[in-house]
Design a protein around this ligand. Sequence first.
Ligand code: PMP
Length: 370
Amino acid sequence: MVEGWIADRMAGIDSSGIRKVFDLAAKMSNPVNLSIGQPDFDVPESVREAAIEAIQSRKNGYALTQGMPQLREKLQARVDKIGHEDRSVFVTSGTSGALQLSLMALVNPGDEVIFFDPYFVMYPALVRLAGGVPVIIDTYPDFKIPIEKVEAAITPKTKAILFNSPANPTGVVNSKEEIKALAELAQKHNLALISDEIYSTFCYEDNFASPADYYPQTIVIDGFSKSYGMTGWRVGWMHGPKALMEAMIRLQQYSFVCAPHPFQLAAVTALDIDQSKEVDNYRKKRDMILDGLKDHYEIPHPGGAFYIFPKLPWGPGEKFIKTAIDNNLLIIPGSIFSNKDTNFRISYAASDETIQKGIDILVKLAKEGK
Ligand code: PMP
């Protein structure tokens, strides 16, 4: 390849950490895999059938950029319940697509975007891709929102706050009080508040709270990937102030074009399905892993999503992860989601048998290291 072909902006996308883990995983045969960021349950049968029906009835062409009316209207009816006059919804190419559209449509070069450490891996890369400057707020050790630190980080260049609860990688669900304080702070400073609510279905204790309950200009991002096991179907949605949504639809027209047509039609069926059985099942998995590890690991309380983020019992992180891999266990080092290397991520979106095997290996590792 000719030197200089790769654009400078690609320097902002460093996925070497994740790649290292996947390279190691590729060498493992039949690992105890607690690294996967997607549900282990399948798409509900009626939704799969709806997708097949859509394909067979030749709904395979482009969809409307803003989403097929059947889906968009159903989503808008939900969004209208929030009670904001200036709020419209459109269908995106997954939550990832919605994140990218938001940052591209909001951030000018040099604008600062505040988000919290630990963070979802895409956040720093997407902020930089949009020309923004990541301003990363440390939330260790309990992963609550440190509101004074957020206020202190706001400068005349701050444009947006990117927020995620229930969170990847910690599984922490922020309280209504914390979320209200964050929303009010964003409103006070006229900041765009982007709320990534992809794990909203997976809340095991408190009812889910959205900053949109407190700040009517909040931009909400959600999707079907996690709640219906549809990660490969690439259907998400986003809602917020109408003029901003219109700008993002224009951008979608010239980027992702649309979310896949047959899967949008299947998603209409998904919206009528009650997933509470799956959520109850995941609550049990969470309890199982917490119970199995509690005497050996320090774990900030995970009220949602399907992750836990224990403190390393000994370090450094790289050595611990390598030893886990030598014991046939695949977990993700915390440094992939953080400026710190003190924790690691476990996904319990796995069979009970796999979770039990993982617990046994992790208990052994904690004991051996001491
Ligand atoms: N946000 C968070 C916090 C996530 O964990 C993920 C998926 N790992 C996404 C967004 C992207 O989800 P999607 O499949 O809808 O693009």
